[in-house]
Design a protein around this ligand. Sequence first.
Ligand SMILES: NC(=O)c1ccc[n+]([C@@H]2O[C@H](COP(=O)([O-])OP(=O)(O)OC[C@H]3O[C@@H](n4cnc5c(N)ncnc54)[C@H](O)[C@@H]3O)[C@@H](O)[C@H]2O)c1
Ligand SMILES: N[C@H](CO)Cc1c[nH]c[nH+]1
Ligand SMILES: [Zn+2]
Length: 440
Amino acid sequence: MISRIDLRGDALPEGGALRDLLPRAEFDVEAALEKVRPICEDVRHRGTAALIDCARRFDGVEIERVRVPAEALRSALDELDPAVRAALEESIRRARIVHREQRRTDVTTKVVPGGTVTERWVPVERVGLYVPGGLAVYPSSVVMNVVPAQEAGVTGIAVSSPPQKEFGGRPHPTILAACALLGVDEVYAAGGAQAVAMFAYGTEECLPVNLVTGPGNIYVASAKRLLKGRIGIDAEAGPTEIAVLADATADPEHVAADLISQAEHDTLAAAVLVTDSAELADAVDAALKRQVAATKHIERITEALGGRQSATVLVDGIGEGLRVVDAYGAEHLEIQTADASAVAARVRNAGAVFVGPWAPVSLGDYCAGSNHVLPTGGCACHSSGLSVQSFLRGIHVVDYSRDALAEVAHHVVTLAEAEDLPAHGAALKARFDWKVPQSK
Ligand SMILES: NC(=O)c1ccc[n+]([C@@H]2O[C@H](COP(=O)([O-])OP(=O)(O)OC[C@H]3O[C@@H](n4cnc5c(N)ncnc54)[C@H](O)[C@@H]3O)[C@@H](O)[C@H]2O)c1
Ligand SMILES: N[C@H](CO)Cc1c[nH]c[nH+]1
Ligand SMILES: [Zn+2]
């Protein structure tokens, strides 16, 4: 069901060479670019008409308008199952506690007497939040997108999620209800790459945004990569990944359940076990066979676990295991070892780390308070999960007096001349009768 890569015996290679030995999907964000480019161009030129065609082609539904009316949001909330509402409210409450604390405060640094630099944190004006809704529906992703945006102080929040055939071409009612619960009233029925293009270029119904965040399948992640620059993005938060670093003390039933839980998302989802215990690997294989047979989405999970992106990696020890998981840079990394906290503290690359037997990824997906929108495809080596910070820009405000400028002017002129950019120096000289003030 899940293949094995045996890295025991020899010394592990460095950096990129080690990464090349590890599992990764065959159809990746780069490969999907050629598929999403024409979709995005179509939306750019034909706006709503292109979105209506995409809904027919990719979601199998006829829609007349893309914007969801306010009344549909209100009635979705009125009709929401009370148990789901209570769970969403708890998820929101915990996410708020964590994200509120992330808000940075402005910092003013006195560089010299009369010279200060302030880093002022300003929220992005208008954001487009993507909420997946293809193979599964994700009201939890409404929470994970909207809460940090609101805590950052963003005022223009728009949400988009695929139109659902069973619900008259609107996003799933639980998604609409979650939006209403959070006070979001601008919601669109568009999915995949076309939704990212709608946010980037704008249409007759939707004004363009400055930043697009949120998780999605390979087409969503690829469109974010394609349109980055025109819009800001959070990270490439594509098909889900779980890596588990485990030793012989781990419970194979827990490890198998957690691997399956994330393989459930997508046939392209990745599940990777890294262990120094061949006995644990065998026991997890047996548990996988049993548990997969009893779960609902057997076909999707079997394809994900059997794909090139998933594997069990055998290593000589937990030190080597740490090198492997760092080279892999998983979206989610569980540490199921003796002294899990100490091992977790040594991890360098992961979207989120889950420590010990009582912190499964599913907890983080819904109710830990952490964010579940996390970098995939190795992007955890350079990008972070969604946070309040994702929605803020730091603006440097430079404030110098005449004396403070005079004191440093000769250095500025020297550097400008060294760079063969004398007009830069002249901009200072102009303020001092075209002379370079002498330092005191
Ligand atoms: N990394 C994260 O933070 C994170 C979090 C949650 C979910 N996810 C991932 O989000 C994804 C959700 O995927 P999903 O499919 O259920 O929903 P989705 O909303 O991401 O994708 C559905 C859309 O994909 C488009 N699409 C489908 N097939 C296409 C094709 N052949 N060509 C072009 N476009 C096509 C359709 O427009 C459809 O509306 C999963 O991969 C899951 O693992 C990631
Ligand atoms: N594991 C997904 C990626 O972090 C998030 C999610 C939402 N619902 C269930 N799971
Ligand atoms: Zn999940």
